[in-house]
Design a protein around this ligand. Structure first.
Ligand SMILES: Cc1cc2nc3c(=O)[nH]c(=O)nc-3n(C[C@H](O)[C@H](O)[C@H](O)COP(=O)(O)O)c2cc1C
Length: 366
């Protein structure tokens, strides 16, 4: 029987870096770390278990680049040099396996609650905001934008110093960078708003600044949501954004699809999936990772056939840490949730993470 491409190695061409297979553990917030932003041993063990389970790339949970950008209790941070020693412990442990380790850099913007950060949430514009004591977000000033670029850059430098193989900019799911991209959340009429070129300027400045300040060998990628109607991100903009990003020589673009098999909302593309549309848009593209609702080896194979280079997974890897190692079996069909508390404890989730997973429909067996 032919072997699936998913278990074959993949090379990041710009830096000639090999990954053992085409699997990616997608970023998953797990709330297991300390209030001061230091990553805990529990969070390290959770990631290490998946690295031992054979993933090509391990992505950390979203990690905040500044105090103002924190969105959840128990989120680890990378906004201070005091975070570096524990992060080094993480990368050293992961590098004893064959996985690469990538940090997902993040600022919640309007979704960073004031009760967690102590600051009025900041965004592209002044918007209604439940998380703010004044009911509104603060529109970022030029000075704020400069600080945001610097915070992302300094965080990436700390990741490099801590031994990460690279970073993923979190520009998906409606957090700060996607608030700048969205037509409904970015109401500015200066250089940072209006045209797509202006709305993506913050992301591009951050990418350039990170590239200028860190060794060529560092992997720089970005995660985007190709369609989020509620904040005004549409597919045509996303296709054009991919063009802007490929010209910036990002190493990968990670498409967050939630369900890689569902068709786009866009009428002009309505018979195709987001992955097919994006990968079919340009001849030369950076590495494309796509994620959403993959469970079996067959699902993974189908996603590669849609044009993705690498397959990301979230929930299946919570219950099945060895998911990647099992893919040589073409009939691998891991059990779906709900999982018992005992199963999740064995899979190295601590009590806080397990109780967080109770918010996800039917994930934890009561
Ligand atoms: C518990 C949990 C936490 C998540 N946290 C993040 C996160 O920090 N950053 C992010 O980009 N996506 C996050 N996601 C989304 C996942 O990366 C993934 O895209 C999503 O779960 C769909 O993939 P799946 O169907 O394989 O689970 C999270 C998902 C889950 C289940």
């Amino acid at each position: 029987m032919p072997k699936s491409k998913i278990i074959q190695p993949y090379i990041f061409s710009r830096i000639n870096k090999k990954i053992q297979n085409r699997t990616v553990l997608a970023a998953m917030t797990n709330k297991q770390s300390y209030d001061n932003g230091v990553i805990s041993d529990d969070e390290i063990q959770w990631l290490l278990k998946r690295a031992k389970g054979g993933f090509g790339i391990i992505t950390t949970a979203a990690t905040n680049v500044s105090k103002e950008g924190k969105a959840w209790d128990g989120e680890f941070g990378v906004y201070d040099n005091s975070h570096i020693p524990s992060l080094t412990k993480l990368t050293s442990a992961i590098h004893k396996t064959k996985s690469l380790i990538i940090a997902q850099l993040f600022h919640g913007g309007i979704k960073s609650p004031q009760k967690i950060t102590g600051f009025i949430p900041i965004s592209a514009s002044e918007l209604d905001c439940k998380e703010s004591s004044i009911g509104k977000s603060k529109k970022a000033s030029e000075k704020d934008i400069k600080k945001i670029i610097n915070d992302f850059t300094m965080s990436a430098i700390r990741c490099y110093e801590a031994g990460f193989d690279g970073i993923e900019l979190h520009a998906a799911h409606g957090y700060l960078l996607s608030q700048f991209l969205g037509k409904k959340t970015n109401l500015r009429n200066d250089n940072w708003g209006g045209s797509l070129e202006n709305r993506s300027r913050l992301i591009i400045k951050i990418l350039k600044s990170i590239r200028e300040n860190i060794s060529e060998s560092f992997i720089i990628g970005i995660r985007i949501s190709p369609e989020i109607e509620s904040i005004g991100i549409d597919l045509n903009d996303s296709i054009n954004l991919v063009d802007i990003l490929r010209k910036e020589s990002v190493d990968f673009i990670h498409l967050s699809c939630w369900d890689v098999f569902s068709k786009s909302n866009s009428i002009t593309h309505n018979q195709k999936t987001l992955t097919e549309i994006i990968t079919g848009s340009y001849k030369k593209l950076p590495t494309i990772i796509s994620t959403g609702n993959i469970w079996s080896s067959l699902d993974a194979d189908k996603l590669l056939k849609q044009g993705a280079d690498l397959v990301g997974v979230g929930r299946v890897a919570i219950g099945h840490p060895n998911w990647a190692n099992n893919l040589s079996n073409l009939n691998y069909q891991p059990k779906k949730p709900p999982f018992s508390v005992n199963e999740l404890e064995k899979a190295k989730l601590n009590k806080t993470f397990i109780s967080y997973m109770k918010n996800w429909n039917d994930f934890v067996k009561e």
